[in-house]
Design a protein. Sequence first.
Length: 271
Amino acid sequence: MNNIAELITKRRSVRTYDGRALDESTKEQLLSYANAIQNPFNLPVKFKFLDAKKDGLTCPVVSGTELYVGGKIENVPNASVAFGYSFEEFVLYAQSLGLGTVWLGGTMNRSAFEQAMDLGENEMMPCATPIGYAAKKMSIRETMMRKAIKSDERLPFEELFFDGSFDTPLAKEKAGEFAEPLEMVRLAPSAVNKQPWRVVVADHAAHFYLKRSKGFGHEGKLDMQMIDMGIALCHFALTAKENNLSIRFVQEDPKLMPNDGVEYIASYKIK
């Protein structure tokens, strides 16, 4: 998968599809790639194609496709972040094949999706996506949804990223080799477009923090904003790799003075 920044920049959530079915070779490509995805937490995500008619799946915000892809993971520490990382890499790969996707966490009959995924005793299915070819025109419902959550807007670079501590905003022109990876984090999708990630760049490392939005706590097994953090880490790592940055993943809290109750998640350090 090449041109990561271009894929991220051009991708949008697709809820309206044109009805064309995927051929078997495309499905095989998708599953082959998905089965090889590795996340930095070394927690495997299992992917599966689901058929809306056969499996009794419904999603009121999606039209024009019966095909979905679900993912499941063992419910252990870091599972939500790991899932977000792996599932977003799959989403970007689908984008590279000209396919549309949209993260689904709540707007679906979750029990039917979970049953179709054959969940084990300690497994969870945080999210799924429809998959297919985007229709030339969005439905009225989709247009209204995108407008309501301001899907095409993102917070400024200086509100998300910081220089040395949370006291000093980081200007993009001062971010150096981290500038493009951080910009790809800024453009990442998130639940209701809340953009909960905050990153402090210090000592040749990018330290990722979660700033929870009101109403987005940990509801049972589903922690959407931890999933969002996995998406952010994925965007950063894939972009850094494509830019030939040699980075290593660590979970070593740098003990920076966080503001507003942010929670440390992980770091990428220059080797």
